[in-house]
Design a protein around this ligand. Structure first.
Ligand code: NAG
Ligand code: NAG
Ligand code: NAG
Ligand code: NAG
Ligand code: NAG
Length: 420
């Protein structure tokens, strides 16, 4: 084995030297490829195909091709194949060029370019849909099926501003090699389709393929311009919220647990955010987590609301969106405060009640003295009282009472006068 490595090196060296030697002579030029075609092979997918120039000297040279996409977006790359598959939007047309290069010597002059294009699809301006948005969602599958999860797709759009009233739109999606037409449309008031739902699709939520969505239309009045768009799954996936969130308090320790959302991604693929809200102080804290448990030290007796949300972490796919927060669950109690409050309320109520009773009693006494003027006979306490107040005045106790009330009213009046 040890003797083979140097031999291989020598062999490699020999081929390199051989190739350098066998380069086209100094006057030789590379000739452009022929029969360059662009063919739509699927929704938002084209195949570029060309042939090497039949007059090109191919012995002992490694030909390659430099492909340049000019529209809808510029991009260029090199290949040794004579065909190339591209996933691209097509409603703006598509054009590309290709030229022959020497694969192992980039300073050797390339051939001239050959170009081809796909025209912008026909249709009146302003008739195609606008503002297409799509989202996917993973649901647990019925266990009678082999796949444990299914991915639904929901798309909405707006009718083109110049689309005739009788326009009808049709939506198709492609994922991988499967294309499906929408069967569940939502309509606007003029019965035009403006949203579509696929309860289940062939989309693999862990896949990295583009999702292609195509919407064409028909009208008796005008040709409706089609529209297509590519979506990256991670950017449109509505991740489910974590499930079975539980929380409990032991002493000053608040421990929260949850389970990963319904998702085809395994447990290690999730980032979480926990939101703990102290409902008494209206204060909340959020924590980023990678595990399914969170323990926090809480300072005082209070009620807490706990919510958790999830996102697929960058470990498993490009960063996407956070899920919705889970439904809040409540732990702990702030009974102490209500208890104090109740006590206060009860005490206040009792005080008011007592005051009321006292004032009632007073009024009754008042009335009593009016109805049954005390007999001049002494020794009743009430009489003593009145007498003690107005002892210098003589006459019946009835006049005494009136005098007192008059004095009170006068006092009130003077008080009011001095205030205003
Ligand atoms: C590559 O091509 C250039 C231009 O013909 C030539 O000058 C150069 O020697 C070639 N390089 C190699 C490594 O063959
Ligand atoms: C539609 O999209 C355009 C541009 O992308 C934006 O300005 C407009 O507000 C959107 N309309 C609605 C109703 O979302
Ligand atoms: C599972 O699917 C079968 C047939 O598709 C259906 O009859 C059944 O009700 C489903 N079960 C649940 C739990 O959804
Ligand atoms: C829309 O596109 C689909 C798929 O390419 C095609 O089968 C259908 O005929 C088109 N409908 C109209 C109205 O152009
Ligand atoms: C959530 O809890 C329920 C009952 O405790 C259990 O049946 C279910 O499987 C749990 N969900 C998950 C995703 O583990």
């Amino acid at each position: 084995v040890s003797s083979m490595a140097p031999a291989l090196l020598i062999l490699l060296g020999a081929t390199v030297i051989l190739q350098t030697d066998s380069l086209p002579n100094k006057n030789a030029v590379l000739l452009p490829p022929v029969s360059f075609t662009i063919k739509v092979i699927d929704l938002a997918q084209v195949l570029l195909h060309w042939e090497p120039n039949p007059d090109q000297e191919q012995r002992n040279v490694q030909l390659g091709y430099h492909v340049k996409i000019n529209a809808p977006e510029e991009k260029d790359y090199e290949t040794r194949n004579t065909e190339s598959r591209r996933v691209t939007i097509l409603h703006k047309g598509f054009s590309a060029s290709v030229r022959t290069i020497l694969w192992n010597n980039h300073s050797f002059p390339a051939s001239s370019w050959v170009s081809a294009e796909l025209k912008v699809p026909p249709g009146s301006p302003g008739t195609s849909i606008v503002n297409l948005t799509c989202t996917t969602n993973t649901e647990a599958y019925n266990y009678t099926h082999e796949r444990p999860y299914q991915v639904s797709l929901h798309c909405t759009w707006l009718v083109g501003k110049d689309a005739p009233e009788d326009t009808q739109y049709f939506l198709y999606y492609r994922y991988g090699s499967v294309t499906e037409e929408c069967r569940e449309y939502s309509k606007d008031t003029q019965q035009r389709n403006i949203a579509c739902r696929f309860p289940r699709t062939v989309i693999n939520s862990k896949g990295r393929d583009w999702l292609a969505v195509y919407v064409n239309g028909s009208s008796k009045e005008e040709a409706i311009k089609p529209f297509d768009q590519l979506f990256a799954l991670h950017a449109i996936d509505r991740v489910n919220s974590p499930v079975n969130v539980t929380a409990e308090i032991e002493g000053t320790c608040l421990s929260i647990q949850w389970e990963k959302p319904v998702s085809a991604f395994p447990i290690h693929c999730f980032d979480y955010e926990v939101k703990i809200c102290n409902t008494r102080k209206g204060y909340f804290q959020t924590e980023k987590m990678k595990t399914n448990t969170f323990i926090s030290i809480i300072d005082d007796i209070s009620k807490y609301s706990v919510q958790v949300r999830a996102a697929v972490s960058s470990v498993c796919r490009p960063v996407g969106l956070w899920s919705e927060w889970s439904q809040p669950i409540y732990v702990g109690n702030d009974k102490q405060k209500p208890w104090m409050e109740w006590l206060l309320i009860v005490l206040t109520a009792a005080a008011c009640f007592i005051l009321l009773i006292v004032s009632l009693i007073c009024r009754i006494c008042h009335l009593w003295t009016k109805l049954f003027p005390p007999v001049p006979a002494p020794k009743t306490n009430i009489k003593d009282f009145f007498v003690s107040i107005n002892h210098e005045k003589t006459g019946s106790s009835e006049t005494e009472v009136e005098v007192i009330s008059y004095v009170e009213e006068a006092g009130l009046e003077t008080l009011e006068d001095s205030v205003f």
